[in-house]
Design a protein around this ligand. Structure first.
Ligand code: URA
Length: 235
């Protein structure tokens, strides 16, 4: 792997910043100062230091994507663009999405190659909460808030676990925040259908403690910070 790529993957600096750091002689590979950003190293064997501190190679990548509408939450698809296509620079990392958002839903999706963490976070037993901003066709009132709290019977008889509904505006097109800790297929759309309403816009804004970075436009992404990764792992 190229040295500048290694530094970026380890969250040391961006690929463009690495040139300056290398020029200053701050990076050593196996105790030898390396100034060439294209230097090829073995990330599993070579010891790389920055300011004489060892940089641990990060096998796993954690990405925050602001998913746009029209893109499917899958790794491959024969006709639609996938969320993985949007982060093609990391294709070699074999990423997958942590859970799914519908094709017409937007917002926070975490992509990673950390299968163990995905398994833990997506386990129904872990009750990881997710917060959504929604626009709803139909007026909302306290009976909807109560229904979310008590559980809503879906069309197949399943009763949803306790959730939370916060009404922002009740009108012909209402706005609200919904918090749920499950991930059934089309769950919120089905919950609102059961309440005789229709979801017309759905954006995930929070997954566990990770909040969507609003500076990311739809389709844009960034690596999670080390603090965000730690908070995801704190189960
Ligand atoms: N609930 C839905 O109905 N769709 C989503 O994309 C996410 C939650």
């Amino acid at each position: 792997m190229r040295l500048d790529k290694f530094l970026k993957e380890c969250n040391v600096c961006s690929r463009s910043e690495s040139k300056q750091i290398l020029k200053k002689g701050l990076i050593k590979v196996n105790d030898k100062i390396i100034k060439d950003s294209s230097y090829k190293l073995d990330e599993n064997k070579d010891v790389v230091t920055y300011n004489d501190k060892v940089i641990e190679y990060q096998e796993f990548v954690y990405i925050m994507l602001n998913k746009p509408s029209g893109v499917v939450s899958a790794t491959t698809d024969s006709k639609d663009t996938t969320v993985i296509d949007l982060v093609s620079e990391y294709a070699y990392k074999e990423l997958f999405p942590f859970g799914r958002l519908d094709k017409d839903s937007v917002g926070l999706l975490i992509l990673s190659n950390d299968g163990k963490l995905a398994h833990e976070l997506l386990s129904p037993k872990k009750h990881v909460s997710k917060v959504y901003y929604l626009k709803i066709k139909g007026r909302l009132d306290e009976s909807d808030v109560k229904a979310f709290k008590e559980g809503i019977t879906l069309e197949d008889g399943y009763v949803t676990k306790e959730g939370e509904l916060e009404i922002i505006k009740s009108d012909e097109i209402s706005e609200c925040y919904a918090t749920i800790s499950e991930g059934k297929f089309h769950q919120l759309k089905r919950m609102f259908i059961a309440l005789n309403k229709e979801v017309v816009f759905l954006k995930r804004i929070k997954f566990k403690d990770i909040v969507l970075d609003e500076s990311l436009n739809e389709g844009e992404y960034r690596l999670l910070t080390n603090e965000e990764i730690e908070s995801l792992k704190a189960i």
